[in-house]
Ligand binder design. Structure first.
Ligand SMILES: C[S@@+](CC[C@H](N)C(=O)[O-])C[C@H]1O[C@@H](n2cnc3c(N)ncnc32)[C@H](O)[C@@H]1O
Length: 300
C-alpha cells in the first residue's frame, strides 16, 4: 500500500527528556521523528513526529497525545501545545531530509541517506544506503548503532543470519555487507518488510541473499523451519525479547550467537538471567546512553 499523506505532530520538550521520548516512540512502534534545537531557547527542543495518515485515525492520534502527555507529566514537564498538520508525501520527504545526514557508526560503517552522494572524505568506509521510509532503523538510535558495532566485531563470512524485527533492514544489509551469505528477515509490520526489501535492493541491486517473512516471530517459528542460524540479530523491546528467548535458542545452531538490543539498563539483569536459564552464555555486554546490547551464545 502506498503512503500519500502524513500527519505531522509537533510539541516542545526540555532537552533532557529527548531519550525518554525516543524510548516511548520506540515502544509505540513510531519510527519517523526528529528533534530540532530551538535557537531562542537552548534548554528546549522541538519534537516532530510523522505518521502515515492512513494508519492514524483521529482516535489513535488523540491516544498518542495522551500517551506523550503522560510521559511528560511523570517527568514534571507540563504542556498542552500539541500541533497537528497534514502534509503531503513530497513535503514529508523534504522535512525528513532536512534532519538527516551521513552518519558514522563504529569504526568503519557509514549510514548514507539514499538521496545523498557519498562525501569524498568517507570513500574508505563501508556504506549502507538507507531510504528511511516509514520503518524504524536509520542507524542513529543507540539500539541500532549498538548492534551495528557488535556486527563489526564478528566474522560473518558465509554465515546464515536471522534478523528479528528488521525494520528498515539496516542490520540485514550490514550483515550482507560483512559477508553473510543468507539473511532471513522477519517483521510483523508490512511497511517494515517493504522497507527491508527496497533498502536491500538499493544496496545490492537484487534480493538474491534475502528471504523475508511478514508476521510475528513467535507465530512464524511454529510455521516455518527456522533453524541452524549462525547469528540472530534482534533489536526489539525487552518486553518482547523476554517471551521469545527459548524460541531464539531453538533457531540457533550449537555455538551460534544472538545479538539482543532494545534493552534498557534497568532491564539488563532480568534478560541476562533468562538467557542463562535457557543455556545461552553471555559473551559481551555493551551500552550507550540508557541502552544495553547483549551477545549470548548457545552452549550444548
Ligand atoms: C526497534 S525496531 C528495529 C529495526 C532495525 N532492526 C534496527 O535495528 O534499527 C523493531 C522492529 O521490530 C518489529 N517487531 C516488533 N515486535 C515484533 C515481533 N514480535 N515479531 C516480529 N517483528 C516485530 C517492529 O515492527 C519494528 O520494525
Amino acid at each position: 500500500m502506498e503512503i500519500k499523506n502524513w500527519y505531522e505532530l509537533t510539541f516542545e520538550i526540555e532537552t533532557n527528556l529527548e531519550e525518554i521520548i525516543i524510548w516511548k516512540l520506540n515502544e509505540l512502534g513510531i519510527s519517523s521523528y526528529a528533534f530540532e534545537i530551538l535557537l531562542n531557547n537552548k534548554n528546549n527542543k522541538k519534537v516532530i513526529i510523522w505518521l502515515p495518515h492512513l494508519n492514524w485515525p483521529e482516535s489513535l492520534r488523540i491516544k498518542l497525545v495522551r500517551n506523550i502527555k503522560e510521559v511528560l507529566d511523570k517527568n514534571n514537564y507540563q504542556t498542552n501545545c500539541f500541533e497537528w498538520n497534514l502534509i503531503e508525501q513530497e513535503d514529508w520527504i523534504s522535512s525528513w531530509k532536512k534532519y538527516w545526514g551521513p552518519e558514522i557508526v563504529g569504526d568503519n560503517l557509514l549510514i548514507l541517506p539514499c538521496w545523498l552522494e557519498l562525501p569524498e572524505e568517507y570513500k574508505n568506509k563501508k556504506v549502507i544506503k538507507i531510504d528511511p521510509g516509514a520503518a524504524f532503523g536509520t542507524g542513529s538510535h543507540p539500539t541500532t548503532s549498538l548492534c551495528l558495532e557488535e556486527l563489526e566485531k564478528i566474522s560473518l563470512s558465509s554465515k546464515k543470519i536471522l534478523d528479528i524485527g528488521s525494520g528498515s533492514g539496516i542490520l540485514s544489509i550490514a550483515a550482507r555487507s560483512f559477508g553473510a551469505s543468507k539473511i532471513y528477515s522477519i517483521d510483523n509490520d508490512y511497511l517494515a518488510i517493504n522497507s527491508t526489501e527496497s533498502n536491500f535492493r538499493l544496496n545490492f541491486g537484487n534480493l538474491d541473499n534475502l528471504k523475508t517473512y511478514l508476521g510475528s516471530f513467535d507465530g512464524l517459528v511454529s510455521k516455518y523451519t527456522l533453524k541452524n542460524f549462525d547469528f540472530i540479530l534482534c533489536n526489539i523491546l525487552a518486553e518482547v525479547i523476554k517471551g521469545i528467548i527459548p524460541d531464539i535458542r531453538n533457531c540457533l545452531k550449537i555455538d551460534g550467537e544472538v545479538i539482543l538490543s532494545g534493552i534498557l539498563n534497568s532491564q539488563k539483569d532480568e534478560i541476562i538471567k533468562l538467557l542463562k536459564a535457557s543455556n545461552l552464555r553471555i559473551n559481551d555486554v555493551s551500552s550507550k546512553k540508557d541502552w544495553v546490547c547483549i551477545t549470548a551464545q548457545k552452549i550444548p
